[in-house]
Design a protein around this ligand. Sequence first.
Ligand code: ADP
Length: 251
Amino acid sequence: PKSAAESADPLIELSNVEFGYTAAPVVEDISLRINPGEYVAVVGPNGSGKSTLMKLILGLLQPDTGSAQLFGEPSRTFDDGARIGYVAQHASASKEMPITVREVVKMGRFPHVGFGILSGKDHKIVDEALATVGMSAFADRRVTQLSGGQRQRAFIARALAGEADLLVLDEPTVGVDAESVDAFYDLLESLNEDGITILLIEHDLGAVTDHAERIVCLNREVYFDGPTDDFVESDALARAFGTAATFMGDV
Ligand code: ADP
């Protein structure tokens, strides 16, 4: 999707964004443009402003200076939430609702149907979304009974059922067992090949450099933004993380 991506309007556009919870800014001078079809990972040490950046992108926080746009609209007024699938960290299941996977995925259809009544076509879309993420066999299982990786798949299926064109994932493999992590990234890759834009916040640098096409390396400011191969060759990692960081594991 690269050539289309270059010509299309950006899904996300931040221009010279600064934000602080108090007087001191935690992100500064952030300009970021993400085009349809891209697979972008945001990396940075703990406390570097990754979650804050995510909230600014999603319009949950507003910049102190600069501007944030989503799908060409100021994020402040953007209200077509179904276009964005958000997958949060799910390290523990304790706070999940005791509903089934299929019920979760059906929720993705709600913005598209009146009075919460799903048609045959909606049910078909739900079934397809379950199949795409490999969760058909678990459709009637309660979310609380799933493994971490299965739970993340269920939430991705909900986004797919909602016809999201952007998936935003915040450290999605925290709490996912090691064997399932690779399969999870394979799923993201195939969704991206199908045209879904992916914005991934990750602490696992190995996973990021194996899968994302583009890296944004953050530590209050953007230290690097470009192709993954260039990032690996650059000194941005050492500058942003300090010399202890490596590509071999978690930071
Ligand atoms: P990351 O996601 O990279 O770990 P965060 O965006 O969560 O970084 O945090 C960036 C900085 O902002 C940190 O210094 C953190 O302590 C601070 N911070 C985060 N959330 C809040 C908040 N709600 N109120 C005040 N300070 C916050």
